[in-house]
Design a protein around this ligand. Structure first.
Ligand code: DAT
Ligand code: MG
Length: 139
């Protein structure tokens, strides 16, 4: 891949809160390019594959329930070092302690559930990006 690509998901909590546009605005303002976009009602099969690394963890079932609770917006985003760059834009996993200025830090909070509702997903490596883009964009 000459220019790197990543998968960004606006999770059902972000879509329900009408934050899809605000999240895309931040990605575009940073200078990354939107290559493809889909609205997906994820099923268990897709989610089990997407989150395979977390199977067996205490938050796995609540995570799948959250992800099944409504539509997800998937973005294919391109740019040099976009995998690392989007993870910086997103902020750390827990929205309570994610840095202000980040998507999770500015727009997220603890809602008292067993799963962290943190609005977005971003692939964490070139291997994950290739695997996850194939899952969300070729079905
Ligand atoms: P990230 O989404 O920052 O890559 P991850 O891959 O470790 O984080 O976890 C996937 C999702 O699972 C995360 O976005 C929210 C949820 N999650 C992770 N760790 C959790 C925890 N300790 N308690 C509750 N939910 C958690
Ligand atoms: Mg992750």
């Amino acid at each position: 891949m000459l220019v790197e690509e990543t998968l960004v998901l606006v999770k059902p909590d972000g879509v329900a809160r009408n934050l899809t546009g605000e999240i895309l605005r931040r990605i575009e303002a940073k200078g990354y390019s939107l290559v493809d976009i889909r609205l997906v009602q994820a099923d268990r099969d897709l989610l089990t594959q997407h989150y395979a690394e977390h199977e067996g963890k205490p938050f796995f079932e609540p995570l799948l329930e959250l992800m099944e609770s409504g539509p997800t917006v998937a973005f294919r985003i391109a740019g040099n070092r976009v995998i690392e760059g989007f993870r910086m834009l997103a902020g750390t996993t827990d929205p309570t302690t994610a840095a202000p200025g980040t998507i999770r830090g500015d727009l997220g909070r603890d809602w008292g559930l067993k799963v962290q509702q943190n609005l977005v997903h971003g692939s964490d490596s070139p291997e994950s990006a290739a695997r996850e883009l194939a899952l969300w964009f070729t079905r």
